[in-house]
Design a protein around this ligand. Structure first.
Ligand code: HMG
Length: 390
């Protein structure tokens, strides 16, 4: 039985910051951000969007009524969850009106959470072929104003519907995963902002890819020529390139060219959104599928997932006949192009806004947020979500 990605969608908040303008304000050469790091724009989340609303908005765009009835498992990968006990998946389950006979859980391992969710979904469908699983990867990446990580912030959510006989991509069984205790990036429970050892994190990402790729080749008997493209978790768009570069030497010039071209295409959406942690690999996959018109059914796509701390996994999928008809190219294009630019002072003011942590009530103005699903405020220590379509 084939199991894989039946539908895939992405949601970004409606505000963005131009990285050249951020560089100028920080007295940095803009080329460092746009070329050295490889980011042009950064998604800026208003107070009315959090990990729950971003994910619910991403899923809303891809699910029809039949999906909502068939989904019996919601797996929410995030490292910016809104509650230490209740899973973000339960909120999304309610906001979307999903079948009540469902499981709903949250999964955490930095940027790797959604990949863990996909693998769990695959096992669930193998046992229950009629069911569909909604996997979400939703995050807000925050390092702090004027920190080295600032240029690698972002916000957004990917939503994937995993099913039997998928329309877009069948996931193959061979995969290699690897865990090692590394303090390259972490966020203690008392902090809103992540801590990163930037140099170590880059080194570990590259080392994990190299280790996992070697073992994958041994286990599968495949090599670079068997891949149309390899997509990566992209904390910033230069990162995957750094990991791929040493490995490319294994292939002849034509294959190198194909993988380099497709890598470039796979960074397109990430370049204008920034790091979205758990959703980042899937934003890159979406970028490739929606923007590379030469891709053919039957092609094998590699996916490298990396979550600091650290867990990495390399897995693969085969594009299915007619996969293009199940993508939402225009919807994503319209969402990205209708975003509103904010100035650096506006971004800084939004960054500094905080929800109360002392139990007081707050009502947020959701009229300026075009999203269908918003955070309307907090009362009695409970987040009040609004689905404007209901
Ligand atoms: P930095 O120290 O400010 O930057 O921080 P740099 O000095 O290393 O420069 C970056 C690149 O720009 C270099 O290129 C420079 O040469 C180049 P490279 O040598 O690396 O190829 N450069 C220029 N290029 C053109 N014109 C110029 C110019 N100046 C410099 N004028 C860093 C960079 C990414 C470390 C920082 O932003 C950071 O700490 N970010 C957060 C951590 C991170 O993203 N790590 C990535 C791997 S870990 C990961 O992916 C997991 C993660 O997503 C979290 C999770 O799993 O949950 C982060």
């Amino acid at each position: 039985m084939k199991i894989g990605i039946d539908k895939i969608g992405f949601y970004a908040p409606h505000l963005y910051l131009d990285m050249t303008k951020l560089a100028e304000t920080r007295n940095v050469d803009p080329d460092k951000f746009t070329i050295g790091i490889g980011q042009e724009k950064m998604a800026v989340p208003p107070m009315t969007q959090d990990a729950v609303t971003l994910a619910a908005n991403a899923a809303l765009k891809i699910l029809d009524e039949a999906d909502k009835q068939a989904i019996d498992f919601v797996i929410f990968g995030t490292e910016t969850g809104v509650d230490s006990s209740k899973s973000a998946a339960v909120y999304v389950h309610e906001l979307l009106g999903l079948n009540p006979y469902a499981r709903a859980i949250e999964v955490k391992q930095a940027c790797y959470g959604a990949t863990a969710g996909i693998q769990m979904a695959k096992g669930h469908i193998a046992m229950n072929p009629e069911s569909k699983v909604l996997v979400l990867g939703s995050d807000i990446a925050r390092y702090g104003l004027s920190t080295p990580g600032e240029a690698t912030q972002g916000a957004g959510a990917a939503a994937l519907l995993i099913s039997a006989d998928p329309h877009i991509m069948a996931l193959e069984d061979e995969s290699v995963y690897f865990t090692a205790d590394v303090m390259d990036f972490w966020r203690p429970v008392y902090s809103d902002e992540a801590f990163a050892d930037g140099k170590l994190s880059n080194e570990q990402y590259i080392a994990f890819f190299s280790e996992i790729w070697s073992r994958y080749k041994e286990k599968s008997g495949l090599d670079l020529k068997d891949f149309e493209a390899i997509t990566f978790h992209l904390p910033y768009t230069k990162m995957g390139k750094k990991a791929l570069k040493p490995v490319l030497e294994e292939a002849d010039a034509n294959i190198q060219e194909r993988l380099k071209t497709n890598y470039q295409v796979s960074t397109g959406y990430n370049r204008i959104i920034g790091n979205v942690y758990t959703g980042s690999l899937y934003l890159s996959l979406l970028s490739l599928l929606e923007q590379q018109n030469d891709l053919e059914a039957g092609s094998r796509i590699g996916m490298f997932s990396y979550g600091s701390g650290a867990v990495g996994e390399f897995f693969t999928g085969i594009l299915q006949d007619g996969f293009r008809e199940h993508l939402q190219v225009k919807q994503h294009h319209d969402m990205f192009t209708s975003r509103k630019e904010v100035t650096v002072p506006e971004y800084e003011a939004i960054f500094e806004e905080k929800l109360p942590t002392d139990g007081s009530t707050i009502k947020l103005d959701i009229n300026n947020d075009p999203a269908a699903i918003c955070l309307g405020g907090i009362s009695d220590d409970k987040r009040q979500y609004v689905n404007k379509l209901q």
